[in-house]
Design a protein around this ligand. Structure first.
Ligand code: GLN
Length: 195
């Protein structure tokens, strides 16, 4: 059984835990370095990236998470989690930092206020069983995909919203709130392969 953690400082931790347990994973909530050291993969949830960033530094978690990512631990970030995985961000709150590791540029709150939440169907590279129902909530957008990363889903009007780079997976939307399990399955495959 893969043992995975969810960074549980702020955000939709419970929704990720439900999906991962449903898929048979052993799930731990991660708030301290010792808890991170005990898991084989980490989910960074949706929420507010600037708050998760601040709390991760207050809890002494920024450096351990960076080191785990650099060491090749599989990670999956949704929405705020995608922002926190990006090497570079625009529209950041003053002094906001990221864990980084994912070779992309992400624009925070890229969809503006009037359409800051919407749902759509998306084709995802490598997924069988039809399109993904994607829920965007004050979502970010990937504005540049670097050489090491690959776009795996794009909005009908253009705009990259899911990215993969080796064991790093990130989506601008929230599969954990719409019953979509294929991203979590892909994450767990990476965890099994790495463990
Ligand atoms: N707008 C949020 C941020 O910048 C992300 C929203 C979300 O995770 N649903 O962190």
């Amino acid at each position: 059984t893969p043992h995975v953690g969810i960074l549980a400082l702020q955000g939709d931790v419970r929704e990720h835990a439900l999906v991962l347990r449903e898929l048979g994973a052993e799930v731990s909530l991660v708030r301290r370095p010792s808890e991170l050291a005990a898991v084989d993969g980490l989910v960074i949830p949706g929420g507010e990236s600037s708050v998760i960033d601040k709390l991760s530094r207050a809890f002494g978690m920024q450096q351990p998470v960076r080191e785990a990512i650099a060491a090749g631990m599989p990670v999956y970030g949704t929405c705020a989690g995608m922002i926190l995985l990006a090497d570079r961000i625009t529209g950041a709150i003053d002094g906001q930092e990221t864990f980084g590791g994912l070779d992309i540029v992400v624009a925070r709150n890229a969809f503006g206020s009037q359409v800051d939440s919407f749902e759509t169907e998306l084709e995802v590279d490598g997924f069988e069983g039809g399109p993904v129902h994607a829920t965007f909530i004050r979502a970010p957008l990937v504005t540049d995909v670097g050489r090491r990363a690959a776009a795996i889903a794009t909005l009908p009007g253009g705009g990259v919203v899911a990215v993969e780079q080796g064991p790093i997976l990130a989506t601008a939307f929230h599969p954990e709130v719409s019953g979509e399990t294929r991203f979590h399955e892909r994450f767990l495959e990476r965890v099994r392969a790495a463990a």
